[in-house]
Design a protein around this ligand. Sequence first.
Ligand code: HEC
Length: 110
Amino acid sequence: MKKFLVLVLFAALGVCASYAKDAKENYTTYCKNCHGAEGKGDTKFGQKFGCKDYSDPKIQAAIKDEQIFKAMKEGVKKADRTVMQPYNEKLTDDEIKAIVVYFRTLAPKK
Ligand code: HEC
């Protein structure tokens, strides 16, 4: 029985680890160009399009999980101009949810 529990624990840890890695990879592929590896938005595109600094806990606190999800699902518009494309064709809902979790890690926990 003990052995079984240990196995279950390791399996669960393995799932968590790969989950986090995939989200980071997807973020690097799809988001980094604008939002920057650390979410600061300090890239050429980020500055051009006016990305906020998502490594700032105050800015993270001002946005809800659903909003982060929606930004990826539907894209973001500023005054009728699309500043961020939707990712609903490139990413599954589960991948988007995992990126929401990863996105939250960009700001240090208070
Ligand atoms: C072409 C540049 C670009 C790319 C690529 C991009 N974004 Fe954005 N994103 C923006 C801009 C510009 C804004 C609006 C300003 C802001 O809120 O930083 C924005 C806004 C957001 C917001 C806030 C939405 C809101 O309602 O306030 C989130 C969350 C976000 N992006 C996440 C992501 C994630 C996650 C990815 C990758 C899947 C991504 N972005 C890819 C440019 C981009």
